[in-house]
Design a protein around this ligand. Structure first.
Ligand code: SF4
Ligand code: SF4
Length: 100
């Protein structure tokens, strides 16, 4: 079975699995979807009520929750889809242009 290599800017299609097929557990950790992002969510801790409605809707698990409290975004994996901002009832997430 072909093992999945680290994904980076220099890798080519011959080095990944055909069609990006998943052969290993935790394979998605190798795809840092933050590289694709053109907009990003910004967390306003002052407005946040820690209701945790945002964390489960994130398709990239980019909202860490530790000891029942959400922390700042993990931008390595956030693709800027904006779902979390729509889910937040307290306007604690603003979507802005990503200037990186
Ligand atoms: S913008 Fe999308 S990918 Fe990024 S944290 Fe929000 S829901 Fe997750
Ligand atoms: S949905 Fe909004 S208020 Fe609730 S935890 Fe997330 S950022 Fe905080």
């Amino acid at each position: 079975m072909k093992k999945m290599p680290e994904i980076n800017e220099s890798i080519n299609w011959k080095e990944i699995t055909p069609g990006g097929t998943v052969y290993e557990a935790a394979y998605s950790l190798k795809f840092k979807t933050g590289d694709w992002r053109s907009i990003k969510p910004v967390f306003n801790e002052e407005k946040c009520k820690q209701c945790l409605l945002c964390a489960p809707v994130c398709p990239d698990c980019s909202i860490p929750v530790v000891a029942g409290k959400r922390l700042d975004f993990n931008y390595d994996y956030c693709k800027g889809c904006g779902i979390c901002a729509k889910a937040c009832p307290f306007d604690a997430i603003e979507i802005v242009k990503d200037e990186k």
